[in-house]
Design a binder for this molecule. Sequence first.
Ligand SMILES: [Zn+2]
Length: 421
Amino acid sequence: MEQDQLFERLWNGDAAMEDWTATVSGGSAKPISDDAIAIHTGYLFGNATAIRTKDGLVLVDTGSRETASQTLATLRRWDDQPVHTVIYTHGHIDHTWGARLLDEEADAKGIARPRIIAHRNVLQRFQRYDATHGLNSLVMGRQFNQPGYTFPDHHRRPDQIYDDTLSLTIGDLRIELTHGRGETDDATFVWLPEKRILVSGDFVIWVFPNAGNPRKVQRFAPDWAAALRRMQALGPAVLVPGHGPVVFGAERTGQILNDGAEVLESLVTQTIDLMNNGHSLDEILHNVSAPQSLIAKPYLLPKYDDPEFVVRNVWHLYAGWFDGDPAHLKPAPAAALAAEIAGLAGGAEKLARRALDLALTGQTRLAAHLIELASAASPASAEIQMARATVYARCVEAETSLIGKAIFAVYQRDATARSGP
Ligand SMILES: [Zn+2]
């Protein structure tokens, strides 16, 4: 089968996830047992899993705003029974948004809406989403480089919540829910013991774990690794990840779970060791690295998040905001510092020229410092903004992660806009 061949190429690193997205776009059902499917609509959109029971369908996750109608249509091509229960693996919108379509469908048929079950913290998340709607629109627009992006509202709350574990029997299907923290504090992985099927949610996403995201609330790398170890101990025969294709066979599910845990454990241990020895955040950032053999694996490439961002997030999990640099405890306004340094250097233009030289020879980190000083010292200079746009174009090129590229692109765009007439 074409999809199976493509899976082999993905697993071996010979194909790109974009190729897989092309095969599933529009909505695709992947059988995972006689009476269960995984529903895919593309890598960026969360997977859903559907299981038949004699009491109705159980659905794990519901799809994204962009593709939830495809998720539902794919489900209905497979089975038209009512949806009895929905489980959210976490409260991110690419997993929960489709619930409103299920409610609308039930209302139109005049039948009961599905019961939705999730971890307790999903409720707090949705409260936070309501309180910070403008911020979330801005942060998501910048993370995905989509100016004008609007975050969804009216998040469908769960009807039933749980804390640590929950065992359900629906029809004759046994379902075990376990809470863990990882990308979020409200995550659940779902285990179907008779079928040996694991639905991991975003604990497994076919790239390096998104445990460091610069603009999002705290993430939990150590807990993420622990959750992966618990899943590994189950010995799943089938693993439906939060994003990307289903993994079949105990050997491969064990490998992907083990390697994800190992890369996080390494970063966490290195970071905590240095923290315990009194090192500053700066020293830690430039001395901790992810094992190359792991981040070279096709399912752990740092294409979305960046291991360096995870180090920061681990620092933030165990320590306060102070980074160990005394100048950062009560800093001067950035513009005042910039004016001082520009004066010493012989003008903001000199800083900008040096920044360009550095950027063009690949020293993009230093270049970003100098160009921000130049820009803050002389904010109205179109010439400096042109240099700034060039510096950030080089920064975008230098990044491997989608998030890193997107954030630099925001400032490249800002500089370009300010360099015009
Ligand atoms: Zn997701």
